[in-house]
Design a protein around this ligand. Sequence first.
Ligand SMILES: Cc1cc2nc3c(=O)[nH]c(=O)nc-3n(C[C@H](O)[C@H](O)[C@H](O)COP(=O)(O)OP(=O)(O)OC[C@H]3O[C@@H](n4cnc5c(N)ncnc54)[C@H](O)[C@@H]3O)c2cc1C
Ligand code: FES
Length: 254
Amino acid sequence: MFHIGKVVENIAINNSRDIVKMTVSLDSEVILNVKPGQFAYITVPGGKAFLKRPISIAHNNGRELVFIYRKVGIGTEELSKIVIGSEIELMVPLGNGYEYLPTKNYIALVGGGVGIPPLWELSKVLKRRGNVLDIYLGFKTKTDIFLMEELSLYGTVYVATEDGSFGYKGFITDVISDVASSKYDCIFGCGPLPMLKEVKKHSNLFTKGLVSLEERMACGFGVCMGCTVDTTRGRVRVCKEGPVFPLEEVFIVD
Ligand SMILES: Cc1cc2nc3c(=O)[nH]c(=O)nc-3n(C[C@H](O)[C@H](O)[C@H](O)COP(=O)(O)OP(=O)(O)OC[C@H]3O[C@@H](n4cnc5c(N)ncnc54)[C@H](O)[C@@H]3O)c2cc1C
Ligand code: FES
């Protein structure tokens, strides 16, 4: 589970310059078993943060893992300063990802902000399985936009910005309601709680739904019970039983 990777890229990818793409080459067969929606627990270099930071696996090319993170505090700020060629320590892969991967379904993927990165790997895998994808992405404003081109290789991309500076004006969940959500077999979501709550509102329209939850973490691998949430099957650990859960099991309160 503990690995040392080499950082081969660490660059800002949006016009706001706060979203960073970090590519890490990993000389381990573990990379072949990574599932979409799983995450890594990354040591912040320089001893500036005691706890590691959980970041989703955005993309996996069989030799390198790509992470996409927003600089929000000390940990992600320090990660963004890692220079190319440096080694980093990470625990990977962690958690249960999107285990249910249908074939030949019509699927809606919904992502908001830094919930969007895991949809990259997920859409690649779903497309390979013959599914048809509509991919809904929500941002605050135009300069925040990232991954739109990469995701459009796998499906039709719809974008909403809260201020209307690009795409539809408003929340991306409003767009899904407008585009007759009942036409989809499944919905897969990852993003802020208010977005997931809206997704859950429509859940009776889908055969199946999976959403990825975010919680603050301490150990990252199921020991401390610091990341538990209530579900219909009792309290579960986001880092171990999750972060991806069936939509019908989770209570989403923002
Ligand atoms: C399973 C999982 C996957 C994740 N994947 C990604 C990803 O792919 N890309 C990405 O950018 N982020 C992701 N996150 C969130 C990321 O872990 C946090 O943003 C990061 O740990 C913040 O560390 P920091 O030291 O920079 O900020 P801190 O200094 O710790 O906090 C700065 C601010 O961010 C808030 N914050 C910190 N962690 C979280 C969190 N988990 N949820 C909500 N608010 C938080 C704090 O309340 C504070 O306001 C993921 C979290 C989890 C649990
Ligand atoms: S972070 Fe320790 S159990 Fe999840």
